[in-house]
Write a protein that binds this ligand. Structure first.
Ligand code: F1P
Length: 328
């Protein structure tokens, strides 16, 4: 992955075009709340999580197994990234599901349940239902949680737990662990995140009214997670698609005040088409998981710029615990 640069922003809005990520976020990486500190701690958390990979290799999916991975919200998008990365690495067929949509009747060699809180109702339901059909393993921040108790095996990343309702470092740390388990070296990825943390945020990003995130392969999940982060923390209008899907309708919402954020190289001609709408193109050359850290920073800064507290997002709680009759 090329490193050392800060990506590029181009387009027609405000006549801006070129590279460099200049501008200012108005707050630096410090900020005042939990989310800023949690975002800034990601490089260290990733290295610590990756360092656990050998220790927990026996309970994570083995090469060749047919695997299902499930979660809700952020955990679902991390599931999507891991599933695509595992298949691309040749480790075996891997399906990702929102826990509530886990299909009855499919057979897997192992089911991986992702839940920071370990209390999410849909994950508990899934473990109760599908756990009868395959060995289950949970990755959670809380080894004493109901999800940990319901799974056959547990990986507890308690050091990456968060005070903020909005997930940042827990989600990326579990992905760092899973990527390390696939044989990836996380040291350069952590280095890329340090560069992203040190770089200023372009002012146009903070002021933008709408964001569309595009990915390919394992970065489709990251694109969806990026969009969720800005929605959760800052109440922004965001969307996310596989890059080649963008022309099939989503381009219609792009215009002045939009940012189209590409995780990885764009399909041929796409950057030009986006620029023609009047929207800005953000095309980073950084490693994609490090690029997600830039979105985390933006989420906190954009929230505060709009008078919101990114640690206490509107209408959200740390986990969704339902007390109504459960499906299935
Ligand atoms: C999943 C989740 C979060 C979301 C919100 C509600 O929680 O959907 O991703 O931000 O706080 O809960 P978990 O099962 O990973 O704890």
């Amino acid at each position: 992955m090329p490193g050392g640069t800060d990506g590029g922003i181009s387009g027609t809005a405000g006549g801006r075009s070129g590279t460099g990520g200049s501008g200012t976020d108005g707050s630096g990486t410090g900020g005042g709340g939990s989310i800023e500190a949690e975002v800034a701690s990601q490089p260290e958390c990733w290295l610590r999580a990756a360092g656990l990979a050998a220790e927990v290799a026996g309970i994570l999916p083995a090469r060749g197994e047919r695997v299902a991975v499930a979660g809700c919200g952020t955990s679902w998008f991390i599931a999507q990234s891991y599933a695509a990365a595992r298949e691309a690495a040749g480790h075996g067929e891997t399906d990702a599901f929102a826990a509530s949509e886990f299909p009855a009747g499919r057979r897997y060699d192992r089911i991986l349940a992702l839940s920071r809180s370990g209390t999410t109702t849909e994950i508990l339901d899934l473990l109760a239902r599908a756990g009868r059909t395959a060995p289950t393993v949970a990755i959670t921040a809380d080894r004493g949680s109901p999800v940990a108790a319901a799974a056959d095996a547990v990986v507890a990343l308690d050091f990456a737990d968060e005070r903020s309702v909005v997930q940042t470092r827990f989600a990326t740390s579990e992905l760092a662990l899973l990527r390390a388990h696939l044989g990836e070296d996380l040291a350069p990825v952590a280095g890329a995140a340090r560069r992203v943390l040190a770089a200023p945020l372009p002012a146009q990003m903070i002021e933008a009214r709408q964001f569309t995130f595009l990915g390919t392969g394992w970065t489709c999940g990251l694109a969806s997670e990026a969009a969720l982060k800005l929605r959760e923390a800052a109440g922004l209008w965001t969307e996310a698609y596989p890059a080649m899907e963008y022309r099939h309708g989503p381009i219609a919402v792009t215009g002045p005040g939009s940012v189209v954020w590409l995780f990885g190289p764009p399909p041929d001609g796409l950057a030009r088409e986006i620029a023609a709408t009047g929207g800005l193109v953000w095309q980073s050359e950084e490693e994609p998981m490090a690029e997600l850290v830039r979105v985390h920073r933006l989420a906190a800064v954009a929230a505060r710029a709009r008078g919101l507290d990114p640690d206490r997002p509107r209408n959200l709680s740390r986990s969704v615990i339902l007390d109504t009759a459960r499906p299935g």
